[in-house]
Design a protein around this ligand. Structure first.
Ligand SMILES: O=P(O)(O)OC[C@H]1O[C@H](OP(=O)(O)OP(=O)(O)O)[C@H](O)[C@@H]1O
Ligand SMILES: Nc1ncnc2[nH]cnc12
Length: 178
């Protein structure tokens, strides 16, 4: 399936979770077996070309694509969690979202220092989540040079913010970001 075919599988829900936000919903994409597999295959190709030694994904939607790509490549998966979920001492960072703010945490033992980790999420909007994940992984000693997304809301500038932080960015689909 081409990226245009995949784009047609994404549902747009107006005014969720706040007035004026066009929510780009992957539920309909991942419900489609062939579409989900094709999206994972595209992302896995990029992750392999980036030399991924591990994949990191952000709770919750980043787990869906990130874990699938990790299994596809036969590498480990690093879960970047929302606040208060991990049973051990964590490193954490507060960050702003298109529609609110939150905190990401990770177990510093989840990745060996020096490992080449590729960050994967369903979507990049402002880039706040992905930048926080990159910062956390780097704090844990990982090398983070690549981030991959199913969807880029390009008007919101997140991909360029990541590039300014030294991270190469690829996305399967572009959507207007309002
Ligand atoms: O580029 P940003 O402006 O940071 O926005 C993108 C993030 O927002 C969504 O997650 P959300 O925090 O809504 O959580 P969820 O995955 O649990 O639904 C999405 O899955 C990304 O992680
Ligand atoms: N517009 C949007 N649609 C879906 N997920 C998002 N995360 C941040 N902005 C989003």
């Amino acid at each position: 399936m081409s990226p245009d075919d995949l784009k047609a599988l994404v549902r747009t829900v107006p005014d969720f979770p706040a007035q004026g936000v066009q929510f780009r919903d992957i539920t309909t994409l991942i419900a489609h077996g062939e579409g989900f597999a094709a999206a994972v295959e595209h992302l896995a190709g990029w992750a392999q070309a980036a030399g991924a030694e591990a994949v990191a994904g952000m709770e919750a939607r980043g787990f869906i694509f990130g874990a699938a790509v990790a299994v596809r490549l036969g590498v480990g998966f690093v879960p970047i969690r929302k606040r208060g979920k991990l049973p051990v001492a964590t490193i954490g960072i507060d960050y702003a979202l298109e529609y609110g703010s939150d905190r990401l945490e990770m177990d510093p033992d989840a990745i060996a220092p020096g490992r080449n980790v590729v960050v994967i999420d369903d979507l990049i909007a402002t880039g706040g989540t992905a930048l926080a994940a990159v910062e956390l992984l780097r704090k844990a000693g990982a090398r983070v040079d690549h981030a991959l997304f199913a969807i880029d809301l390009h008007d919101l500038g997140g991909a360029n913010r990541l590039r300014a932080a030294g991270v190469a960015v690829e996305a399967l689909m572009d959507f207007a970001g309002e």
